[in-house]
Design a protein around this ligand. Structure first.
Ligand code: SF4
Length: 390
């Protein structure tokens, strides 16, 4: 094998590593077709490329390896050659925090120094052996939802497909979940609900989720993946058609006046348009309901009248829906307080009574979490303070 061959057979544009100091190509985040093309470009013969691609795919996404040296069904010479052209990345774990309740929170640093958070939340009932990984789509966010700590940080950039997949890989590394098994998994579900708006990074999120769903790799079913949007109406139908995962919508209010205050994106895509887009979401039906996230803010959106309006809104649009009630988790300087506990329970009861499921999502990992986005902010502050001391 000669390295590297000129890319004369290039039907697919393989994304190149753009990072300083690394001329090799990161395998993480390449589609199967891109990996095959890159192997041919690197000198693997065309008839062998499909087989090699499948072998490497299996090692990377089924076994979780990060080195070619262990790929013992590939000849030693070829492994050495591959190592010169490719690498299998993992972001640096800046901090990993472990809560008493099993929640794990990671602050990850990517190769350009950008940081994002990933959180693993095990099911409260240990016997169920379930756990949800909350994945970030962007570094920072542009949307400035007023209850959200990440919204106070400016957008730095979209995460690349490999960086989105890497959040899954890091969690599985840490939970020792390699090789992939369909039995006894700990990361059983994903929510795209971390930092950033996934529908503002649509192509990268789509590519990453397709890799995570791939049947010969991590094999997570689309039914176990939920994409959460603040309401980017024009992209919702495409998300349903092209990715086909479950949809969650950050609703948080039942009229435009309050919602525009809490979720400023509502000024662009008001409730009527948002609910109509939910109605059209492909694949939504009673066994795959749309989730409305509703953060409980004292005196803002938590009255009995709000609960009744929420029920009326869901009924008016005849949506197969459930509501997740989230007690607000205040952060220093946050403009809101959490609703009183009795009112959260009452609100939930009113919605349940109407036939719509409305569980209260108890905050997990309180001892480590604080609000989403806070780890990153703390890390930025620490660096700023170190610089000013230096
Ligand atoms: S809730 Fe989501 S969309 Fe809104 S500011 Fe926070 S990260 Fe961005």
């Amino acid at each position: 094998m000669s390295l590297p061959l000129p890319g004369s057979i290039d039907p697919i544009l393989v994304p190149r590593a753009k990072l300083a100091g690394e001329s090799r190509l990161d395998i993480l985040g390449l589609s199967r077709a891109e990996l095959k093309t890159a192997l041919i470009e690197a000198g693997v013969s065309a008839p062998q490329a499909s087989m090699r691609m499948r072998q490497i795919w299996h090692w990377v996404y089924h076994r979780g390896v990060t080195s070619f040296a262990v790929m013992d069904n590939i000849t030693k010479d070829l492994r050495g050659d591959l190592e010169k052209v490719f690498y299998i990345s993992r972001p640096e774990i800046v901090t990993a925090q472990y809560s008493e309740d099993g929640t794990r929170k990671y602050l990850l640093k990517f190769r350009d120094g950008s940081e994002a958070e990933t959180v693993y939340i095990p099911d409260e009932d240990e016997k169920k052996h379930r756990g949800t990984l909350c994945i970030s789509a962007q570094v920072g966010c542009t949307l400035n939802c007023r209850f959200c700590y990440t919204g106070t940080q400016r957008l730095v950039r979209n995460l690349e497909p490999g960086e989105i997949v890497a959040q899954m890989m890091i969690a599985r590394d840490d939970l020792e979940e390699w090789p992939i098994s369909t039995e006894g998994r700990r990361v059983t579900n994903i929510v795209m609900m971390g930092m950033g708006e996934p529908l503002y990074n649509f192509e990268n999120v789509k590519k990453a989720l397709k890799i995570i769903m791939d049947k010969e790799g991590i094999q997570l079913s689309r039914r176990r993946i939920t994409l959460s949007t603040a309401g980017v109406v024009p992209m919702m139908e495409r998300a349903g058609k092209e990715i086909g995962v479950n949809l969650a919508v950050s609703l948080h209010a039942t009229n435009n006046e309050v919602r525009s205050e809490i979720v400023p994106l509502n000024k662009k895509y008001p409730l009527e348009e948002l609910m109509a887009a939910c109605q059209k979401y492909p694949g939504a039906h009673n066994s795959r309901r749309i989730t409305f996230e509703y953060v409980m803010l004292k005196g803002i959106n938590d009255s009995d009248k709000d609960a009744k309006q929420l029920i009326a809104l869901i009924h008016r649009y005849k949506l197969p829906a459930k509501v997740n009630l989230i007690p607000f988790n205040p952060w220093p300087g946050s403009p809101y307080e959490c609703s009183d506990w009795d009112q959260v329970k009452r609100f939930s009861g009113l919605i349940f009574k109407s036939g719509i499921s409305a569980p209260i999502r108890m905050p997990r990992g309180r001892d480590i979490m604080a609000a989403c986005g806070q780890l990153k902010s703390e890390s930025v502050k620490e660096r700023a303070s170190a610089r000013s001391k230096g």
